[in-house]
Design a protein around this ligand. Sequence first.
Ligand code: NAD
Length: 290
Amino acid sequence: MHNTTHNITNVGVIGSGQMGGGIAQVAATAGFNTTVFDTSPDAIARCQATHAKLLARAVEKERMTTDQAEATKARLTYVTDLDQLAGSDIAIEAVVEDAAVKAKVFRGLDDMLKGDQVLATNTSSISITEIASATKRPERVIGMHFFYPVPVMKLVEVINGLATDKAITARVISLAEAMGKTAVPANDRAGFVSNRVLMPMINEAFYAWMEGVAQPEHIDAIMKLGCNFPMGPLRLADFIGLDTCAHIMDVLAEGLCNERYRPCPLLRQLVVAGRLGNKTAHGVFDYSAS
Ligand code: NAD
């Protein structure tokens, strides 16, 4: 590990889904002893199988030697008992996006971890300050916002809650960098920076479509070719999920106390129609033939 100001050896990951599994994989690959916890035995078994498959593929493609893959595997432990995270220097929470479930997880961690451990959350839209208020040490709670797919995406948005200690921020930035990521700090306002800037742009693309400014494919072509975006905003909305986009706009409207952030009526209408994007094979665009 090239940077040790984080003072972290053991990483605990809570939630072994899409994000938690990726975070654990990246942490173990970077040399951290990593324990992954999930309440669901099926989810934890799936996570372990996915890691084994990805490591085997990395060896096949000569991105890793057999020894490196074996050493990475040996650094990973899969548990369904929260007590087994007691030795973690940091707990990174990546359970479902539900404030009540996250508050319960943080109360449990607060009771179990009595030392100076860092408590991080990978939430994409819930207030860090609110999650921190479930604990008796909000100064140790911080947002560590990874992006999907975690092994590929470089950014970790590091979000300070109202009470987060600056020393904790510095440690988490150092940890993210030791995990091979680029860490960028932000403060705790609804949507942080990533969704605060991205989602209103996506929403505006729905307004442009609804008002007949241009056809969806033309809106996307203009933004791709004119702004050099890799993907147009409406195609990206399908990829993220239209329900997720609408939900994040509502989070922005409520958190920033401003109705101008509400989802575009056309976006809401597609959601109630069940056109959610890639996951239903139909959103803005129709994928049923592909
Ligand atoms: P997911 O549904 O794939 O995984 C969630 C996992 O949490 C499941 O395995 C579930 O069994 C587990 N879980 C539920 N309650 C639990 C509990 N009390 N204790 C331990 N485990 C529990 O979800 P995901 O897409 O990995 O998202 C996880 C978090 O990451 C969410 O907060 C989400 O907003 C955030 N996030 C997601 C993305 C994304 O693109 N998917 C990107 C950035 C951040």
